[in-house]
Ligand binder design. Structure first.
Ligand SMILES: [Zn+2]
Length: 122
């Protein structure tokens, strides 16, 4: 159990660290000093655990260009398309049954993404 939690935190930590890395490059490119705000899009099926993400965020941003950045997170709802009848619906897991025909095999259309939507620097 504890190894599982540790692993989860490491996963989120590496995500946050790559965001910081990217932000540092952007700041350099724009000849700026810091990041003012950042908007993230995190799908509900991205595997990102928000509690761990917040924890990683707190410990990773100190003394970086991101330290005082305002953070906005959009949680994008996952959409799936039934492989049988083609019905598109919001899916809570990777294996939700189709609400129309009860078939469990679906194609996930969105909700797995984890991306930086906007980044403003000054
Ligand atoms: Zn269906």
């Amino acid at each position: 159990m504890s190894t599982c939690i540790k692993f989860q935190k490491m996963h989120e930590l590496s995500i946050v660290m790559s965001i910081v890395e990217m932000a540092e490059k952007e700041v350099k490119k724009a000849n700026a000093e810091k990041v003012d705000s950042i908007e993230l899009e995190i799908g509900t099926l991205s595997g990102v655990e928000m509690e761990a993400f917040d924890f990683a965020w707190q410990i990773s941003l100190k003394d970086t260009v991101m330290e005082n950045a305002e953070r906005k997170i959009h949680r994008t709802k996952a959409k799936a398309r039934c492989a049988d009848c083609g019905y598109v619906f919001y899916s809570k897991t990777l294996y939700d049954e189709c609400p129309k025909c009860g078939q469990p095999f679906n194609e996930i259309l969105s909700g797995r993404e984890m991306r930086v939507k906007t980044l403003t620097v000054s």
